[in-house]
Design a protein. Structure first.
Length: 359
């Protein structure tokens, strides 16, 4: 298929794998991808099997569903149990285990919880059902935040009073800073393509300037990922660290300025909790006071149950790259995509789901 086949060309892939092995030599190196789509692509295409054994490629907190803390899910479930409330959400959130329940179980108990593919569907539901409160679960990184910001702007301009968002948006650059200050020694990052299409590549420079780590924004096809790794290795060998863009057909240094302006109009940065990592300063987005009437956390007063984590689940360590899914006692046994114990097994971008599906 045009525009796909050239990025999956076997000869090019083998040549890139050899180039990586030649540049790496006998250096022991660890790279992390911080994008769930990369995690799936790396597993699906068997990228790790093409790399030399002294080069480790590990997964980080690149799945927005996975890094959403249990207290947010507990809050969403408490809202769902209110009368005359409709919860709208992307499908990956449904089966994520909260402290004692999940959105799927809550819906089975009678709550009105609907899967939507866009905020436009949620807005339409609010317009069509003025007697009900429609709440959208705003979970995601910078790639999806502009659409949620736009929905709030539309609701405000239309004076739509029965639509709101429970925000749990996360920002990638502060998470990179937290990872670099953690237990794991990293030599480089494969930076996310979708997120970078919005925020651009320049935004990473202040975060990475103080650390001698390679960084390349990568696309999602086999040759994209392998080229990005080769560029990362060249940075390490030369000592000239930078933020390169391999995914130039989509990502620019400045990003999508219109999308960023919409986000800045609606949201402001705040400290927020990441599953397994804890609170990272200025790594989240909350709805500005001017739009407080559309903030479900402020609009509805609900009692949220005490939050608890699931015993033995290693999602937190997996999201930090400190262990692999196979290190978790639940993996593939009590924890499967049909019966998940942790969030990393639920999402289509989760590390455990990728390892379970592709081995």
């Amino acid at each position: 298929m045009k525009y796909i086949d050239e990025f999956r060309n076997t000869a090019h892939t083998k040549a890139l794998a050899k180039r990586i092995a030649d540049i790496a030599g006998d250096r022991e190196l660890t790279f992390m991808e911080v994008c769930g789509t990369h995690t799936m692509a790396i597993s699906r295409f068997g990228i790790r099997s093409l790399l030399p054994k002294n080069l480790r490629l590990i997964s980080g907190p690149g799945c927005p569903v996975c890094v959403t803390a249990n207290d947010y899910l507990d809050h969403a479930i408490a809202l769902a149990r209110l009368p005359n409330v409709t919860i709208t959400t992307f499908g990956d959130m449904m089966k994520v285990p909260a402290s004692t329940s999940s959105l799927t179980k809550c819906r089975a108990e009678g709550a009105d919880i609907r899967i939507v593919t866009s905020t436009t569907e949620a807005l339409t539901l609010a317009h069509q059902n003025p007697e009900r409160e429609v709440i959208f679960l705003g979970v995601g990184f910078e790639a999806t935040t502009p659409t949620i910001a736009a929905s709030l702007m539309l609701a405000y301009n239309d004076k739509l009073t029965n639509y709101s968002v429970l925000a749990a948006h996360k920002l990638i650059p502060p998470a990179l800073e937290a990872l670099l200050g953690g237990q794991l020694k990293l030599n480089g990052f494969l930076l996310p393509g979708h997120v970078s299409a919005i925020i651009g590549s320049n935004v990473y420079k202040p975060t990475l300037a103080e650390h001698n780590v390679a960084a390349v924004v990568a696309g999602f096809e086999p040759t994209d990922i392998l080229r990005a790794l080769a560029e990362s290795l060249e940075q390490i060998v030369s000592g000239n660290y930078a933020v390169n863009v391999e995914y130039r057909r989509v990502v620019s240094p400045e990003g999508n300025t219109k999308a960023k302006a919409i986000v800045d109009e609606i949201f402001e940065s705040c400290d927020t909790a990441w599953r397994g990592i804890g609170v990272i300063p200025n790594s989240g987005l909350r709805i500005r006071e001017d739009y407080a009437s559309y903030d479900a956390a402020k609009k509805f007063n609900v009692e949220v149950e005490p939050t608890r984590e699931h015993k033995g689940c290693k999602c937190g360590e997996i999201l930090q790259g400190l262990c692999q899914p196979s290190d978790c006692p639940h993996f593939g046994k009590s924890c499967t995509p049909d019966n998940p114990v942790g969030a990393c097994m639920v999402s289509g971008e989760g590390t455990c789901a990728a390892y379970y599906r592709y081995g």
